[in-house]
Design a binder for this molecule. Structure first.
Ligand code: FO1
Length: 319
């Protein structure tokens, strides 16, 4: 692949695919833009879960079972916090806490989230560019039958159980794309845009809600490829299928194609959805079938290669 690849990412599945891209592309050819709608302040710490999940996945630190947080974690601080009456619903491991402490004091000192993120990535040995979607505050809220829930309350405290009626990205309307995001979108050597297999509503739509992003993506001439987060009607992890049902959308690859219709040229679907390829193409999106379940690093790299090959073939661009 010649030229630059821009990946939009959020959540655990997205980070796995981003790690696959980082494994197969030269680092100077990859910019990963990460959802910050899940960010929140908790016991005085500025927490950016999707950024950390990408940092840990690309630096090999992430806990393979949880998909978030750090491997070989200990929870001594949480034990003491419990004794001191602090909330226990959001688990902060001892090594993960270092990331939140490092980010929080630097943001308090006036650094931007972009600046802190790129420095933390560098210190973790990550050479690809990792950037928040915006340096402005955007917060995802889920409207449920009872009330509006801040994202982490919905996702962790309530375990996505409440029925969702609508999703809001508070602050998005006045947010600006981060400098690295704007730069990547307008690069002359942009060779492909990748939408990672993240939850479309919770992880990708906040990025698309930042003013100007959707319009710029519609204008991108380089091939734009999304990897379906739904496989055979289910999400591998997280509430995507449940959420789609609650929002009145069939949880299948055709709905994903429809959701991204103006923004993508190709949708990568798992082999178990091969029979739906025609229905996806009827939406106006090319369907490419590939093994989309990522259990190992080899799976992640293989899926990344499939997506890059699909990008090359989709517009016959010498990328
Ligand atoms: N998810 C949980 O289900 N329970 C947790 O206690 C939890 C803690 C946590 C700490 C740091 C971090 O970066 C992520 C954490 N997550 C936890 C996952 C997080 O809520 C999700 O990964 C994203 O916000 C949604 O993709």
């Amino acid at each position: 692949m010649e030229g630059h690849v821009l990946a939009l990412c959020g959540g655990v599945g997205g980070a796995k695919f981003a790690a696959g891209l980082a494994a197969v592309l030269p680092p100077e050819q990859l910019t990963i833009v990460v959802n910050t709608g899940d960010d929140f302040e908790h016991i005085g710490l500025s927490i950016s879960p999707d950024i950390d999940t990408v940092l840990y996945a690309l630096s090999g630190l992430s806990d393979a079972v949880r998909g978030w947080g750090v491997a070989d974690e200990s929870w001594r601080c949480m034990e003491m916090l419990e004794r001191l009456g602090e909330p226990q619903w959001f688990m902060l491991g001892d090594r993960d806490l270092a990331m939140h402490l490092a980010r929080t004091h630097r943001l308090r000192a006036g650094e931007t989230l972009s600046g802190v993120t790129s420095d933390l990535a560098l210190r973790l040995g990550i050479a690809a560019a990792i950037a928040p979607m915006s340096d402005d505050r955007v917060r995802t809220e889920v409207d449920t039958e009872q009330c509006a829930l801040p994202f982490q309350r919905y996702f962790v405290a309530e375990q996505c159980k409440p029925v969702a009626r609508a999703i809001r990205y508070v602050g998005a309307e006045v947010a600006r794309p981060s400098p690295a995001f704007s730069a990547a979108l307008t690069r002359r050597d942009l060779a492909a845009v990748m939408i990672c297999p993240s939850n479309p509503y919770l992880s990708i739509d906040p990025i698309l809600a930042v003013p100007g992003v959707r319009a710029q993506l519609e204008r991108v001439r380089a091939p734009r490829v999304a990897v379906s987060p739904i496989i055979a009607g289910k999400a591998l992890k997280g509430p995507a299928a449940k959420l789609m049902g609650e929002l009145g959308v069939e949880p299948d690859v055709v709905s994903v194609a429809r959701h991204y219709r103006e923004l993508i040229d190709v949708l990568i679907i798992d082999e178990s959805d091969a029979a739906r390829a025609g229905d996806v193409e009827a939406v106006g999106v090319k369907a490419v079938t590939a093994p989309a379940i990522m259990r190992t690093a080899a799976d992640r790299a293989a899926l990344a290669r499939e997506a890059l090959a699909a990008a090359r073939q989709s517009k016959g661009v010498a990328v």
